[in-house]
Design a protein around this ligand. Structure first.
Ligand code: TXA
Ligand code: MG
Length: 338
C-alpha cells in the first residue's frame, strides 16, 4: 500500500472522510499525539487498526467525537460527565463511561465502558466533522514505540500500512490525554495527562489517581486500564532515571555517563550548567516543555541507535505526573535515588 502524507485541505479532508466511511484508516493530528483513526461503528475497520499497529486486541481504543451530541448514543452520559465536558472539552481529557450496544465489542475489548474524547485541535475537529461518525483512534505508533508527535513519526511507523496521513504540524501537548474513569463512585485518573488531577478536583469536587500510575503492576494484578499492562513508551536504548536534589543527581549522572560516554543525558534547562559542558538534551524549563519534548527526544535517540540514556526526574505534580508516568514506564521503573 502506498502511504500518502498531505496537509489538511478541503480536498484531503474529503479524501479522508471517504476512506473512513469505507472502513479504511487515516492518521490525523491532535493536540496530544497523532491518532490512527477508523470508523468506531465498523468492527472490521477497528480490527484493521489493531493489525496496522500490531496492538494486542485486549487493549481498548478511544472513540473521538466532534461534538458532545455525538457521545450520547454511545454511552450512558451523566451529570458529572457533562460538568467535566463543559470544563475540559474540547481538550486532552478522555472520559470512561458505561457504553451502549452501539459500540462494537472490539472497540472496548469487551469492557462495559467506552473511552470518549473531543480533541482541541482544529485539524482533528475538521477531520472528525468531515467523517460525520465517531472515530476510534489509538496513538498512531506501532505498539511499544513512543507515541508520534509529528506526521513524520507516523510515517516512520505506518509507511505502507495505511493509505493516508493528515499532517497538522507538531502536537502541542506531546503526551497522550488524561484517561478519567467515571464509572465508579469517585472520578479516577487511570492515565495522567495535560488535564491534571488538581484541575479535575476543582471541577468535580474529588479525584483519585489509580495507584498503578506511578508503580509497575504486581504479578497477577488486574490492570484498571489494559494499556497499563503492556510494555509502553519504550525507547530502544536502556533508560535509567536518577532522582534527588539537582546537584546530587547531576553528580551521579556524570559518573554514569563518563563510564559510558555513548550514553545520552536528559536534563531540565536550568540544570544544564551542572553537567560541565557534557552534551545534554534539554527537557526545557518546566513540565509542559518536558511533555512536549519527551517522545520527540526518545524517538530521535532510537533513530540514532543510542544504547543508553540517563534522565533527571520531575516533581510528580500537575503535568509533571504525566511526564513521570511516561518516563518511569519508558525506564521500566529503573530509578536510582541519590
Ligand atoms: O491523547 C490520546 O488519548 C491519543 C489521541 C490519538 O487521542 N490516543 C491514545 O490512545 O493515546 P491509546 O489507544 O494509545 O491509549 C488509550 C488508553 C489505553 O491505555 C487504553 O487501555 C485505555 O486508554 N482505555 C481505552 N478504553 C478503555 C476502557 N474502556 N477502560 C479502560 N481503559 C481504556
Ligand atoms: Mg498508545
Amino acid at each position: 500500500m502506498n502511504t500518502k502524507l498531505t496537509p489538511i485541505t478541503q480536498d484531503s479532508l474529503t479524501e479522508a472522510s471517504a476512506l473512513i466511511q469505507s472502513g479504511q484508516l487515516v492518521a490525523f493530528p491532535t493536540e496530544t499525539v497523532y491518532g490512527l483513526g477508523g470508523s468506531a461503528l465498523d468492527a472490521q475497520a477497528v480490527l484493521n487498526i489493531f493489525r496496522a499497529k500490531e496492538r494486542p486486541v485486549d487493549n481498548p481504543l478511544i472513540v473521538h467525537i466532534a461534538s458532545r451530541d455525538q457521545a450520547f448514543p454511545l454511552c450512558r452520559w451523566t451529570d458529572l460527565a457533562d460538568t467535566l465536558a463543559s470544563a475540559f472539552w474540547p481538550g486532552p481529557l478522555t472520559l470512561l463511561l458505561r457504553r451502549t450496544e452501539m459500540v462494537p465489542d472490539v472497540v472496548t475489548a469487551g469492557l462495559s465502558t467506552v473511552a470518549l474524547r473531543l480533541p482541541a485541535h482544529q485539524g482533528a475537529l475538521a477531520f472528525l466533522r468531515a467523517c460525520a461518525l465517531p472515530v476510534a483512534a489509538p496513538s498512531a505508533n506501532r505498539s511499544g514505540r513512543p507515541s508520534p508527535t509529528t506526521a513524520q513519526h507516523v510515517m516512520e511507523d505506518m509507511d505502507g500500512r495505511i493509505p493516508l496521513i493528515l499532517d497538522g504540524g507538531a502536537s502541542g501537548v506531546g503526551l497522550e490525554s488524561t484517561v478519567l474513569d467515571l464509572s465508579g463512585e469517585v472520578p479516577t485518573v487511570l492515565r495522567p495527562g495535560a488535564v491534571t488531577p488538581e484541575q479535575i478536583t476543582m471541577v468535580a469536587g474529588s479525584c483519585e489517581v489509580a495507584s498503578s500510575v506511578m508503580r509497575p503492576l504486581e504479578v497477577g494484578e488486574r490492570a484498571l486500564s489494559p494499556g497499563m499492562r503492556h510494555r509502553h513508551y519504550a525507547p530502544q536504548g536502556r533508560l535509567t532515571l536518577v532522582e534527588g536534589e539537582p546537584e546530587a543527581v547531576a553528580e551521579a549522572i556524570i559518573g554514569l555517563h563518563d563510564a559510558q560516554p555513548e550514553a545520552r543525558i536528559l536534563a531540565m534547562h536550568d540544570h544544564i550548567p551542572l553537567y560541565d559542558n557534557r552534551p545534554v538534551n534539554d527537557l526545557g524549563q518546566d513540565a509542559a516543555d518536558a511533555a512536549h519534548r519527551l517522545f520527540y527526544l526518545l524517538r530521535s535517540f532510537d533513530a540514532q541507535g543510542v544504547p543508553r540514556i540517563f534522565s533527571e526526574t520531575l516533581p510528580p505534580t500537575g503535568l509533571g505526573l504525566a511526564v513521570m508516568n511516561r518516563l518511569a514506564r519508558a525506564a521500566e521503573f529503573d530509578i536510582i535515588k541519590v
